[in-house]
Design a protein around this ligand. Structure first.
Ligand code: SF4
Length: 495
């Protein structure tokens, strides 16, 4: 869903069999920020599963346009009963989306009716079922109405990712460590990120709890002889915490998770003002191979406007220090569509960042969630919604020129132009963790504040367990968290 234009609730009455109400309501909810049902304009849906195919019709009261479609392709032998049931819903979604976009002049998404954070999963599942690339393209285009550019992107990313999938989803695993503190809070941020100034008093107790969880789970994984493929320390901004505390955490990770021997070891240091030569030396000594330094923009004016406490100069300095320290891979994030920025401003950021020669660049599209400061008053911001597509295309072409390839992607709600976030990288520098985390084909144990544990079953179904986001709750409940998680992991890994 794009950054919403309709702030007031939009009201509809549904005229359709009860069983279809959830899919109808779900579709309308993805199109507006706020929807109410049981009063307002009548939306009528007819859906029949016939021998000739699936017939669907959608009509909105007061509009002359009626969407009608008979889907005969679903009769093909490659589809099963579940596919047919799913297709009924997909056709309803498409019909409603077409009718509503036309009536309310909402731009049709480049992703068509494909919703969800991980659009790549659909393509992976079809490949798993031996659908050919031609069939997949047809489904993306005919069923989901995904634009040709997004179809190509999806297929390119998925084909690249499949080389990273392992036959055993539970050995090796990956480890995520969450440190939810930041120097200050960025105005667009909707993550669990607690500024040191207001929440610094929670840090000592949080670190004690984190050490406890790391040691306890580390010992158990050693005992179960589970290997670790990648370690990712994220947040927040982990480098917000003091050097000695960070050093102790890295020492524990090396001792119990063999982090310095695993295939990939990443630390987010998104805010360049937190990076020092000493911290980088300590990272290098502990086997860290990847670091994330995130400008978001290289324009100082915008950095001030979005609440970042650094300048482009800090970014350049952080790059120089990281190179000097000998940490091989640097990932950098940029956001397209930041308030006050047009295509030229974004191009400036691309050019300036490229001069620093990062190995990976993740291009985010501005997303304004309610949990962010900007999300409270999106209409007051100078956001160039109409330039989003141009910026995304510029980024894609620029990445191609640099020799970078897209290797992971995900979507969020309330995003500029309903665009996506794409991780680009030079071949051989792709982040294994980002791929495994996004595609959910490897068990990931989350440790620390807000960390999510995902235990993957052989049929790729998941068991999730989330740690509390609030550092105080996390610290206070640490004994119960560890006990519950150990029990769940043991059960899962001993099946
Ligand atoms: S640095 Fe990242 S996690 Fe921290 S406040 Fe800014 S966007 Fe949020």
């Amino acid at each position: 869903m794009p950054i919403p234009q309709y702030q007031k609730p939009v009201k509809f009455q549904i005229e359709a069999p009860r069983a279809l109400h959830p899919i109808i309501k779900g579709t309308l909810t993805t199109l507006f920020r706020s929807v109410e049902f049981d009063s307002g304009r009548r939306i009528s849906i007819i859906s029949h599963d016939l021998a000739q195919g699936i017939f669907t019709a959608v009509k909105l009261e007061g509009s002359d346009y009626v969407w009608k479609y008979l889907d005969q392709e679903i009769n093909s032998l490659c589809y099963n009963r579940n596919d047919r049931e799913k297709r009924v819903k997909e056709r309803i979604r498409l019909g409603i989306t077409r009718v509503i976009c036309l009536e309310y002049q909402i731009p049709f998404s480049p992703w068509g009716i494909l919703v969800g954070v991980r659009p790549t999963k659909l393509v992976h599942r079809l490949i798993d079922r031996s659908f050919s690339l031609e069939q997949i393209k047809h489904i993306l285009s005919d069923v989901y109405h995904v634009s040709p550019a997004r179809q190509k992107l999806l297929i390119d990313v998925v084909l690249k990712q499949r080389d990273f999938f392992l036959s055993d989803v539970n050995n090796p695993i990956s480890i995520y460590v969450g440190i939810p503190f930041c120097p200050t809070r960025c105005d667009y941020c909707s993550f669990a990120a607690y500024p040191l100034k207001t929440h610094g008093h929670l840090l000592p107790q949080f670190l004690q709890a984190l050490k406890k969880e790391l040691i306890s789970l580390g010992k158990m994984l050693q005992e179960l002889e589970v290997k670790v493929q990648s370690v990712y320390i994220g947040g927040g901004t982990p480098t917000t915490i003091r050097g000695e505390d960070l050093a102790l955490l890295l020492m524990i990770l090396n001792k119990y998770f063999s982090a310095n021997e695993c295939q990939e070891y990443t630390i987010e240091a998104g805010r360049p003002e937190t990076i020092t030569a000493d911290i980088l030396r300590m990272f290098k000594d502990n086997g860290v191979q990847r670091i994330c330094i995130n400008p978001q923009t290289m324009n100082d004016h915008t950095l001030r406007l979005i609440g970042r406490a650094h300048t482009a100069h800090h970014i350049r300095e952080a790059f120089a220090l990281t190179r000097k320290a000998g940490i091989p891979i640097i990932n950098s994030d940029l956001i397209l569509g930041l308030p006050g920025e047009d295509v030229n401003d974004f191009e400036y950021s691309l050019v300036e960042l490229a001069k620093l020669r990062p190995d990976n660049i993740t291009i985010h599209s501005l997303a304004l969630k309610r949990a962010s400061i900007f999300g409270q008053t999106p209409s007051e911001l100078d956001i160039q919604q109409h330039q989003g597509k141009k910026m995304a295309l510029l980024a894609k072409n620029y990445m191609e020129e640099l020799g970078f390839e897209p290797y992971y992607l995900y979507r969020q709600r309330y995003t500029l132009g309903d665009l996506e976030n794409i991780g680009y990288g030079r071949r051989g520098t792709e982040s294994i963790y980002n791929i495994q985390m996004m595609e959910e084909r490897q068990t990931i144990i989350g440790i620390g504040g807000g960390a999510m544990t995902k235990l993957v079953n052989n049929d790729l179904s998941l068991v999730r367990q989330a740690n509390p986001k609030c550092p105080a709750t996390y610290s206070n409940q640490i004994e119960q968290i560890i006990a519950a998680k150990k029990y769940q992991i043991r059960q899962h890994l001993s099946v």
